[in-house]
Design a protein around this ligand. Structure first.
Ligand code: ADP
Ligand code: GLC
Length: 489
């Protein structure tokens, strides 16, 4: 199959969260399965061109933006360790900035930037004479591509047999704009916007709805999330539109790239280890504490280390964690290490804890890939009390590193973490259901009671290491969905 992928992020070039990892790992796996994949993303200002050998081509594409055209030079690179071509759109106006989405509020011209990206994907394919069987777009940033396919490009022989697949990674962000600002950019008549039209939700233009309605198949990043967005408030208003698609909405669990996230091969951690060598995992913890917590000597190494690597947003459940965390830290029950950035109130909170409990709290605000690997390898537990979690990758990484997840049972967390049962010795972590401090506290206590309790502590970690969430399984499921999508065109 020929697969044209477009997204706002891709690992390792430009990453804000799990979206980037999934776009890269799926593309690599499809290529290994023998499919031809090209990826179109912006050439953001922060991408390290030299490090990744990204070079300019002499192809300049014309991108229709309403009544006029804009231009982009294509740069080309490959996803490291693969044969997948990635085309980067050079546009001084739209992408030559450090951020992907902007500051906390987002850039004010994101509607233009992402309309340009969604439209440019087709022009790249045209310039390369690449005839895609599938156009695969991710989240609201590139959802307008699904509309462009059906409105403009289906008349072009290159795309007349192309099916459009839209993958939802996060319903929390929908790309709502004033119809009068976005429709002219898309080249769509504003008369086509009316209550109940495919562009409208709650009286305003909604990019998420556009993706859902125009796609041949819609996928969500875990089976549970696919149900939640159809039947619960996690659909954020999109429930009726998803339900109108019937069987065309599918949940496909994300997978992980075990060449990146594997303690046996990982050269970003202090010492590599296997499931038969969990003592070495302990060394990772000690070395991490020595480096990042010089005050640690006041507590013994035996005190568990709870780690967290996350975007610091409401989604990640920090406000429920806040209600119990300090009491455990005060009592010295565990140490806590967090890496993340996001909302100021959460960053301030973690800074406060770091100041007050410097011998047991390690806080790194910002983005740091190497440190994320170190924390996951060094921690005994991973904390992920998410309010909602479409899939979540961090808990899958943690499992592979023998780091036991403590998670809320929602979305992909409930599809990937199984409660540990001492009677059967089955299970990989600890889950709570109600989004409240009481339930989280009980679960933390349950988790702590297994810590270093033999033989359970080794069994639960080994169970996690042996759980398999490889990206190849996920990629094959997408290929099946693509085949169904092709039956519709
Ligand atoms: P989400 O996509 O909602 O942020 P996921 O768990 O799916 O959540 O993926 C998060 C990804 O981003 C993981 O690869 C995680 O390691 C990474 N990550 C999150 N915050 C940081 C950070 N501050 N520094 C480095 N990596 C981070
Ligand atoms: C989103 C979700 C996360 C998911 C990731 C990759 O950012 O918040 O749960 O794992 O996308 O699909």
């Amino acid at each position: 199959m020929n697969i044209l992928v477009t997204a706002a992020e891709i690992t390792p070039f430009a990453k804000a969260g799990g979206l980037a990892d999934v776009v890269a790992s799926l593309s690599k796996e499809w290529s290994l399965l023998g499919h031809n994949v090209i990826v179109v993303i912006p050439k953001y200002g922060m991408i390290d061109l030299t490090l990744y050998s990204i070079t300019p081509t002499n192809i300049i594409i014309e991108v229709p933006m309403g009544y006029w055209k804009e231009y982009a030079r294509l740069w080309k690179g490959k996803i490291p360790g693969s044969d997948v071509d990635v085309y980067f759109l050079e546009s001084a106006d739209y992408f030559d900035r450090r951020g992907i989405y902007g500051d906390r509020e987002g850039y004010t011209d994101n509607h233009k930037r992402f309309t340009f990206l969604s439209r440019a994907a087709f022009e790249v394919a045209k310039a390369l004479n690449f005839k895609p069987d599938i156009l695969h777009a991710h989240d609201y940033h590139t959802s307008l591509a699904l509309a462009f396919l059906k409105i403009f490009y289906k008349y072009d022989p290159l795309f007349s047999k192309t099916a459009g697949v839209y993958t939802i990674h996060n319903m929390g962000y929908q790309g709502q704009y004033l119809p009068s600002t976005i429709l002219p950019l898309m080249g769509v008549n504003t008369r086509d916007f009316y209550a109940g039209s495919w562009y409208e939700h709650d009286g305003i233009f909604n990019s998420m709805k556009v993706g859902i309605m125009f796609a041949d198949k819609v996928t969500a990043v875990s089976p549970t999330y696919a149900k939640e967005i159809r039947w619960t408030s996690l659909g954020e208003g999109m429930q009726p539109y998803l339900n109108s698609k019937g069987g065309d909405v599918i949940g496909i669990l994300n997978g992980t790239d075990y060449t990146e996230w594997n303690p046996e091969l990982d050269d970003l951690i202090y010492k590599q280890y296997t499931q038969n060598d969990l003592e070495t995992k302990e060394h990772n913890k000690q070395l991490f504490l020595k480096e990042h917590c010089p005050q640690q000597k006041t507590l013994s190494y035996d005190v568990p280390l709870v780690g967290m690597v996350a975007r610091l947003t409401k989604q990640k459940g920090i406000d429920v964690l806040e209600q119990i965390l300090e009491s455990y830290l005060y009592a010295g029950v565990f140490r806590f290490a967090v890496l993340g950035s996001g909302e100021k109130r959460f960053e301030d909170y973690f800074r406060y804890l770091e100041r007050k409990y410097s011998d047991r709290v390690i806080v790194h605000l910002g983005y740091n890939n190497a440190l994320s690997h170190k924390i996951i390898a060094a921690s005994d537990f991973l904390m992920m009390p998410s309010l909602y979690e479409p899939c979540g990758l961090t808990q899958m990484y943690a499992l592979k590193y023998g780091t036991v997840p403590i998670v809320r049972s929602t979305g992909g967390l409930s599809d990937t973490v199984l409660e540990y049962n001492r009677n059967t010795s089955q299970g990989t972590g600890f889950l709570f259901y109600g989004y409240n401090a009481h339930d989280l506290g009980l679960t933390v206590n349950r988790a702590l009671s297994v810590y270093k309790t033999h033989p359970h502590w080794n069994i639960i970690r080994t169970n996690g290491i042996n759980a398999d969430f490889s990206a190849s399984r996920s990629a094959e499921e997408y290929i099946k969905a693509f085949q169904w999508a092709l039956e519709k065109v």
